[in-house]
Design a protein around this ligand. Structure first.
Ligand code: KIV
Ligand code: NA
Length: 275
């Protein structure tokens, strides 16, 4: 079992926390291999892995299924799993039951919940029950319908003040860290200074205690376009397309398989087959 105290220590020692999403065994294995501090099984899997056009259709079942695969690939990394749309709003009891499944069946080390306000009650209930929680404020994609699109949040002073208050309330409710998505860097810096728990930014500037990005965005894998806050470090699409295309053309031209890919029977056995 992985413990979360290390992240407060990293904040205090000004050591950046690196978080990356992963959704399956190979991505988790590679992420762990690079030494990331935390893996997020994000409900972004709905878009980048399952092909939905938002995170809304993702289920608790989907999250458990992917978390199990991630845990098999990254046994020594702290794994946070998103609680999906409407799995932590109906009641405290329903929230606790869903989180318990993600932690017990999925083996996640913590769960992540989007939003302030009423959600803070759920964060309290979870941490009281012993479930480690990461909060997520700013642009909260599960509320895209209410927010009216994927837009920068906390841009005016009132919205910024509200965000800072929500972040403090998340800390008070026992959250171990707060993800800040798509907020002005000044606001992210204020939140970071106001909290004793770490902030993990995505589109929140460089002053947060850590950063998180989506795996598929980092390597340009299966995505057509990325948000302004993403830096693309590789080109998996190009590499994979090239390899697959070569396979297709070599089968068609009979240049694959070659002798070295082929099994051979002893000649006398072949003869007796014909005999
Ligand atoms: O689902 C996800 O990948 C996330 C990160 C973008 C923070 O919530
Ligand atoms: Na998410």
């Amino acid at each position: 079992m992985k413990l979360s105290n290390q992240f407060i220590k990293m904040k205090n020692e000004k050591e950046k926390i690196v978080m990356l999403t992963a959704y399956d065994y190979p991505s988790a294995k590679l992420a762990e291999g690079t030494g990331v501090d935390m893996i997020l099984v994000g409900d972004s899997l709905g878009m980048v892995v399952l092909g939905y056009d938002s995170t809304i259709p993702v289920t608790v079942e989907d999250m458990i299924h992917h978390t199990k695969a991630v845990k098999r690939g990254a046994q020594n990394t702290f794994v946070v799993t998103d609680m999906p749309f409407m799995s932590y709003h109906l009641s405290i009891e329903d929230t606790l039951k869903n989180a318990a499944r993600i932690i017990q069946d999925g083996q996640a080390d913590a769960v992540k919940l989007e939003g302030g306000g009423h959600v803070i009650t759920m964060i309290s209930a979870l941490t009281s029950a012993g479930v480690p929680v990461v909060a997520h404020l700013g642009l909260t994609p599960q509320s895209v319908g209410v927010l009216g699109g994927y837009k920068v949040q906390g841009k005016d002073a009132d919205a910024a003040r509200k965000l800072i208050e929500d972040a403090k309330a998340c800390e008070k409710a026992g959250a171990l860290a707060v993800v800040l998505e798509c907020v002005p860097h000044q606001v992210a810096e204020m939140v970071t200074k106001a909290l004793s728990i770490p902030t993990i930014g995505i589109g929140a500037g460089k002053k947060t205690d850590g950063q998180v990005l989506v795996y598929h965005d980092v390597i340009n894998y299966g995505v057509d376009r990325v948000a302004k806050f993403v830096k693309v470090y590789g080109n998996a699409n190009e590499m994979i397309f090239k390899a697959l295309s070569q396979y297709v053309s070599e089968v068609r031209s009979s240049s694959f398989p070659e002798d070295k890919h082929t099994f051979t029977m002893q000649e006398e056995e072949v003869a007796s087959l014909y005999g």
